[in-house]
Design a protein. Structure first.
Length: 475
């Protein structure tokens, strides 16, 4: 009983086994995705759409309309020129309609065809693919780029990297100059910037946007789509069983595995996927579409082209990865329903909004009128016993040319008007016109008499605006 139990001293320090981080750190440059180039129908379409979009972006600010920049968003003077249309802060409804139409157009497209906006037209995608094109020109294919990055620095690597980054910076600079040219007249901006005489506002904007373009398209790439783009987060709310998305047909592809070209996959218990991983290597967001629908997928179709190429080589039918719907995949016999309530609802709203915008623009007058009364004094008694009321007419010329306006008083008789009744206002500018009306108070039946100021474009009585106001006399 007096046997002692041996006691072993142990350290109080507890070692915790940290879980292995299965998700690679995307911000670490060593975990960069080396996107493999692929060709095919969808890539051709994507390149063509991207090219047209980029060309439009680059050329639009250089187009003149009626002697001035056709598209110019002048934030400092608070006026937007869109060809013949000048939008001022008073035209907020038109801008609101434009934004709502853009949002609902995106909803319609997303509900019908998933994130094709992201894959084919989003500037982030278009610019990323342009930067990858430069990368390929100077550093070679995906495998060559990976090897180059793993290699220690030498003269060849230094020259290739310098050429790549130089081309990225130049392209970013040109992109930025064009972008700022939508907000500052581009025909002045370019020579001013090149001769270092641009305003500090323009210079800082150009440098900031150059850095943003270089960072986004050169380094951030899919990180923007995965972690920063809000659209990727809420787009799934628009998806339903009939939305066309890039999907892998697991029923046909599984079991995946390598096999000889002449072997019958069914005989060896395999599906049509040869597990070549090409669909993953060409994916700009680095995902494996065989794992099902993922929010990272931008519907670009690169994996479809890669897989179709493999299917052709193997002599299998194309479409193992395709734009298809969940309903099609679940039951191959069931047809996708393009006319569902949600989509019809979005289309109706889009049509209503577009019609309202067209009506708003069509009925828009090339001027705006605001009447401001003298707030300190409703009326003034003159030495002759007459009554004088003073007004300021704020006339805004919304046209892109100077216009002359005539002022007419309707609803008063036997009055004297003191001030100008004709005024010229510069294009997209406002003019304050002071006017006084003097009347004999015995000619007025009531203490307050309502009347109208009518402002019309000289020589065009159809282009007129009327606004009611009051004439006050003593009780
Ligand atoms: S490209 Fe096609 S065959 Fe190759 S792994 Fe992807 S799905 Fe399978
Ligand atoms: S999974 Fe396919 S469609 Fe989706 S982003 Fe990757 S390559 Fe593009």
């Amino acid at each position: 009983m007096d046997k002692q139990i041996k006691v072993k001293n142990i350290t109080s320090e507890v070692k915790v086994q940290k879980p292995v981080d299965l998700q690679p750190d995307r911000f670490n440059p060593r975990n960069r995705i080396y996107v493999r180039a692929v060709s095919g129908l969808h890539q051709l379409l994507r390149r063509r759409i991207g090219f047209v979009g980029m060309l439009a972006f680059m050329l639009l600010p250089w187009i003149n309309y009626h002697g001035q920049q056709a598209v110019l968003f002048d934030l400092i003077d608070q006026k937007f020129n869109i060809f013949g249309l000048t939008l001022l802060p008073q035209d907020l409804t038109i801008l609101a309609f434009i934004f709502m139409i853009a949002a609902f157009a995106l909803f319609v497209v997303t509900t019908f065809y998933g994130r094709v906006w992201c894959g084919y037209t989003c500037p982030q995608t278009v610019w990323t693919f342009i930067f990858i094109w430069f990368e390929e020109k100077f550093e070679g294919s995906a495998n060559q780029r990976k090897k180059l990055d793993e290699r220690p620095m030498d003269e060849d690597k230094f020259l290739r990297k310098s050429a790549k980054h130089g081309s990225w910076v130049l392209f970013s600079l040109y992109t930025s100059l064009t972008f700022v040219g939508y907000f500052t007249p581009i025909r002045d901006l370019l020579p001013d910037f090149l001769t270092f005489s641009a305003s500090s506002y323009a210079t800082i904007s150009i440098l900031v946007f150059t850095a943003c373009t270089y960072g986004n398209a050169g380094w951030m790439r899919e990180i923007m789509c995965l972690h920063m783009c809000p659209y990727s987060r809420f787009q799934s709310a628009m998806f339903d069983k009939d939305t066309f998305t890039v999907s892998y047909d697991a029923a046909r592809g599984e079991n995946r595995g390598p096999r000889g070209r002449k072997q019958d996959p069914k005989e060896i218990g395999l599906g049509d996927c040869i597990d070549c991983n090409l669909c993953v290597q060409v994916c700009p967001t680095g995902i494996d579409i065989r794992n099902g629908l993922q929010y990272e997928c931008i519907n670009c179709g690169a994996c479809i082209d890669a897989c179709d190429g493999v299917m052709d080589k193997m002599g299998y039918e194309r479409g193992l990865i395709a734009y298809t719907t969940e309903r099609n995949l679940e039951a191959h016999s069931e047809k996708t329903n393009p006319f569902r309530a949600k989509l019809i609802g979005y289309v109706i709203i889009l049509v209503v909004l577009s019609s309202a915008l067209v009506a708003n623009v069509a009925m828009r007058k090339p001027m705006e009128l605001d009447i401001i009364r003298d707030r300190n004094q409703l009326y003034r008694q003159t030495f002759e016993g007459l009554v004088e009321n003073t007004y300021t007419l704020k006339i805004i010329n919304k046209a892109q040319i100077e216009q002359t306006f005539e002022v007419i008083v309707v609803g008063l008789q036997d009055f004297e008007l003191i001030g100008k009744t004709e005024v010229s206002v510069e294009a997209a500018a406002a003019h304050d016109l002071p006017i006084s009306i003097v009347m004999d108070p015995f000619l007025l039946k009531k203490p307050v008499t309502e009347f109208e100021f009518v402002v019309q474009v000289k020589g065009s009585p159809d282009l007129s605006l009327a606004q009611k106001t009051n004439f006050f006399r003593s009780k």
